[in-house]
Design a protein around this ligand. Structure first.
Ligand SMILES: [Zn+2]
Length: 108
């Protein structure tokens, strides 16, 4: 069982959460100008990497808040989490210490 740390409630079982898929996908501003391929890519195409990945999660059976987690898809280790109000936090509480973090939609 995967243990997920809700930023507000603390560590909880994976069964309490709903995964919202890949994080940091911005909706195109002018959808009328997109080709069918560009619109299809926005709707359906996801990275699905082997390794570090950012995902959206909702604590469905708890506080019902959304947050983002940076997780290694091979080891299932969650390396940090991010709310929509503050920058990425490592699990040890050091702000901005997670490798490969993404802020503002750009990889640093
Ligand atoms: Zn919670």
């Amino acid at each position: 069982m995967l243990l997920i740390e809700c930023p507000w409630c603390g560590p909880r079982a994976e069964t309490e959460f709903s995964c919202g898929g890949e994080a940091d996908i911005a909706r195109p501003l002018d959808t009328e100008k997109l080709t069918d391929k560009e619109w299809g890519d926005y709707l359906f195409m996801r990275k699905n990497p082997r390794g570090v990945h950012r995902e959206q999660w909702m604590h469905a059976q708890g506080c019902r808040r959304w947050f983002m987690a940076q997780r290694d898809t091979v080891s299932y280790e969650i390396q940090g989490y991010d709310t929509f109000e503050r920058p990425l936090l490592a699990l040890d509480g050091n702000e901005g210490q997670v490798q490969g973090q993404v802020q503002g939609g750009k990889t640093q």
